[in-house]
Design a protein around this ligand. Structure first.
Ligand code: IYR
Length: 220
C-alpha cells in the first residue's frame, strides 16, 4: 500500500499571450508593495484577515506538514504587553547589541527602538513555526520548517498587499516574549511579527531601489 491517493489536476486553458499579460500585471501589482512603519488605526474586518491567513496556508511545505500557526492579535491589553516587551528588547539591540556596521546598514531605513505601530494598527499577525507536532504528547517531526514558514510568510505579505493593505515584517530580537504573552505551546516558536493595516496620513517610506533583473538572475 502506498498510502497516497491522487486526484486529477489542471489549470484553466490559457494562451501564451494571457500568461505573459498575467505575469506582467502581477509584477506591476507586487512592485508597489513596501514595508511601512507609519500606520493608521482604520479598522480591518476579521474576514479580510481570515482570507489573508487562508492564502498563507496555501504555501507549499515539507512533507505537507504545514508547520505554521498564525495568531491574530487585536486585544489592546495584549498589544500593550507586546509593545512593552518588544521595545525593551529593541532598546537593548539599538543600544549595544547590534554592531556599528548593522546600525549603519539600517540608517537608510530610519528604524528606531520605539514601535508605536504595535498598538496603532488594527491587528498584528504573529507567525509561529512548528519544528515538531505534539500528538498525544509524542513528538512528530516536521521538515524544512524555516523554508516552509518563510514561503507562507511570503504568501501572507502578497495577500496583504493584494487586499490593498500594508504591513511590516517586524523581528524584535529576541522574540521569545511572544510565546509567553500569547501563551503558545512549547512546539511553536515565534517567527515573524506582522502589523497589518492601512498607511497613516502622510506616511513616508525610504527611497529604496530594487536590484535589476540582471543583478538578481542568471540565465543558463
Ligand atoms: N529588529 C529591529 C532592527 C531591524 C533589523 C533589520 I535586518 C531590519 O531590516 C530592520 C530593523 C527593528 O525592527 O527595528
Amino acid at each position: 500500500m502506498s498510502g497516497s491517493s491522487f486526484i486529477p489536476y489542471s489549470r484553466p486553458a490559457i494562451t501564451d499571450e494571457k500568461v505573459l499579460e498575467q505575469s506582467t500585471l502581477f509584477y506591476i501589482q507586487m512592485k508597489t508593495r513596501r514595508s511601512v512603519r507609519h500606520f493608521s488605526d482604520r479598522p480591518v474586518a476579521d474576514e479580510v484577515l481570515d482570507n489573508i491567513i487562508l492564502t498563507a496556508g496555501t504555501a507549499p511545505s515539507g512533507a505537507h506538514k504545514q508547520p505554521w500557526h498564525f495568531c491574530v492579535v487585536r486585544d489592546p491589553e495584549t498589544r500593550r504587553k507586546i509593545r512593552e516587551a518588544a521595545e525593551k528588547e529593541e532598546y537593548e539591540s539599538y543600544n549595544g547589541r547590534m554592531t556599528e556596521e548593522w546600525l549603519r546598514d539600517l540608517q537608510p531605513l530610519g528604524t528606531v527602538w520605539q514601535k508605536p505601530f504595535l498598538e496603532i494598527t488594527p491587528a498584528l499577525i504573529v507567525v509561529f513555526r512548528k519544528p515538531y507536532e505534539l500528538v498525544d504528547g509524542v513528538k512528530k517531526n516536521n521538515y524544512y520548517v524555516n523554508e516552509s514558514v518563510g514561503l507562507a510568510c511570503g504568501f501572507l505579505l502578497a495577500a496583504i498587499h493584494q487586499a490593498g493593505l500594508v504591513s511590516l515584517t517586524h523581528t524584535p530580537s529576541p522574540m521569545n516574549f511572544l510565546s509567553k504573552v500569547l501563551n503558545r505551546p512549547e512546539n511553536e516558536k515565534p517567527h515573524l511579527l506582522i502589523p497589518v493595516g492601512h498607511p497613516g496620513d502622510g506616511c513616508e517610506i525610504p527611497d529604496l531601489h530594487r536590484k535589476s533583473l540582471n543583478e538578481i538572475a542568471t540565465r543558463y
